[in-house]
Design a protein around this ligand. Structure first.
Ligand code: XIL
Length: 466
């Protein structure tokens, strides 16, 4: 037994000696090391159009292959960045688009050998997406069945060379006075008028080949104090309203293409007539009377083409109200007094739905009436849950603008008239300041920001015309 153990020990020693001799004989080359896979680290120096890609160096390489893509599966590559050969452990990628997501990865190389891909790093460039600068009316006028693209204006905006003036002439083919052609500012007493602002607005439109829509002859929220406090009989009150309508329509005959004759005559609750001073003093036929006086005045002044509109809000979501509006419209049609319906469309990014708007508008379409989307704006903060225009709301608003423009553009040619946006810049919109809307504070409902920069909403409008 003892002898056998000694023999085995000697044999083991021999094998170990042989093995140690073969491991390094001092003459052969080093064994080939496996090429390491690089580890990509986060991007740095991110700008609107560039960023620096970074990674950890791998030992014994002679360079790296860099891929940059706009998708994480690298199915396409940013030009030049498809296995671009680089050295070092950083590389600045330039010529990119603002506010865009990119992905990068690297491989190590040594001679013809290439490692597997590193991990993938996502990076988004700073800045804002450039909006399509095409002018709204240019695109609308090129349609098979064009229509007016309108905007609500204030007379003080209309001085030549102002930003409003430039945008208006470039982008819009129609205008509506935001308040200066209502009864309150024009009518200063029985038979006395202040025409200064209204004249300026109408002349601006006429001089510049921009359609002028008149808004509004009779509206309960724009009754001048002297008429609110009128102490005469109901018949005398009625004569005052008739005289006002006649004088205004006569003055602008041939200069104003269309008028909202009566605005918001239906209440929000049960779909009855709104309990206004006009209803109280003139009785339930007052709407028809006002249309008749407007028509008579236009005809007497030689304008037989004046378009008369009934204008109201929230009819797409409030079905009682919608039904009542169409009862009024049918009554006016039976007397040959109405040409079109104005849908204000002070909407939100959630409401009304596409189908609600289409259903509502279609009731006027089948009657052969002109359609005016008359006061479009789209709130994004109706619940006061954001403090700045977030990207998510911005895009939701864009989609909602696109939707309504598409609905409008799909109307038959004979029903098209105008689609009017209620103001220029977000910060001057009536929306954030309206106590009626009950969401005082921030909102961004229009097509331009406070610096007159195009918003995504504007691009949405354009895309609605595709
Ligand atoms: C608003 C204007 O935007 C405000 O500037 C003005 O002070 C009040 O009226 N429905 C209408 C519009 O028909 O005339 C209203 O315009 C908005 C609601």
């Amino acid at each position: 037994m003892k002898l056998t153990n000694i023999k085995m020990g000697i044999a083991l020693l021999l094998v170990m000696t042989l093995l140690s001799c073969s491991k390094d004989d001092g003459n052969g080359p080093d064994p080939i090391e496996v090429l390491g896979i690089p580890f990509a680290s986060t991007a740095s120096n991110i700008t609107d159009t560039s960023f620096q890609a970074n990674w950890v160096l791998v030992a014994k390489t002679d360079g790296y292959l860099l891929d940059v893509s706009t998708n994480s599966s690298f199915s396409t590559f940013v030009a030049e960045f498809n296995a671009l050969s680089v050295t070092g452990n950083t590389f600045v990628i330039t010529g990119l688009s603002p506010a865009t997501s990119y992905y990068y990865r690297v491989r190590a190389k040594r001679g013809v050998e290439v490692s597997n891909n590193s991990n993938i790093i996502a990076v988004t460039t700073t800045g804002i997406v450039a909006e399509d600068p095409t002018f709204l009316k240019v695109k609308a006028n090129a349609l098979a069945n064009p229509f007016f693209v309108g905007v609500a204006v204030k007379s003080q905006q209309l001085s030549t060379g102002s930003a409003y003036d430039v945008v208006l002439k470039n982008e819009f083919s129609s205008l509506t006075a935001e308040y200066e052609m209502k009864m309150n500012p024009i009518s200063t007493g029985s038979g006395s008028y202040n025409w200064v602002a209204a004249d300026k607005i109408v002349k601006y439109g006429n001089d510049n080949g921009i359609n002028v829509h008149g808004h509004a002859l009779v509206w309960h929220n724009a009754v001048p104090n002297w008429l609110t406090n009128f102490s005469g009989t109901n018949a005398e009150f009625t004569m005052e309203v008739k005289k006002y309508i006649t004088d205004v329509v006569t003055r602008y005959a041939g200069k104003v293409k269309s008028w909202d004759v009566v605005n918001e005559a239906v209440n929000d609750n049960d779909g009855g007539l709104r309990n206004t001073i006009f209803l109280q003093k003139m009785g339930p036929n007052y709407i028809k009377d006002c249309f008749q006086w407007a028509r008579d005045a236009a005809n007497a002044a030689g304008d037989t083409n004046l378009l008369l509109f009934y204008n109201d809000y929230a009819t797409s979501t409030n079905i009682n109200k919608q039904n009542k509006v169409y009862t009024i419209v049918e009554d006016l049609m039976a007397n040959n007094l109405i040409d079109g319906v104005g849908f204000q469309m002070h909407n939100t990014y959630l409401s009304p739905t596409k189908i609600q708007m289409e259903t509502d508008i279609n009731r006027a379409v089948v009657k052969g009436l002109k359609i005016h989307v008359s006061e479009l704006d789209i709130q994004v903060n109706q619940n006061n849950d954001i403090t700045y225009l977030t990207e998510e709301r911005n895009l939701a608003q864009k989609a909602k603008y696109l939707e309504i423009v598409k609905i409008y553009n799909a109307l038959p040619a004979a029903n098209k008239y105008a689609l009017t946006v209620w103001g220029f810049k977000d910060n001057e919109s009536w929306i954030p300041y309206s106590t009626d809307l009950n969401h005082p504070g921030n909102d961004w409902p229009l097509l331009y920001d406070k610096d007159f920069k195009l918003k995504s909403a504007h691009t949405g409008f354009l895309e609605g015309l595709n």
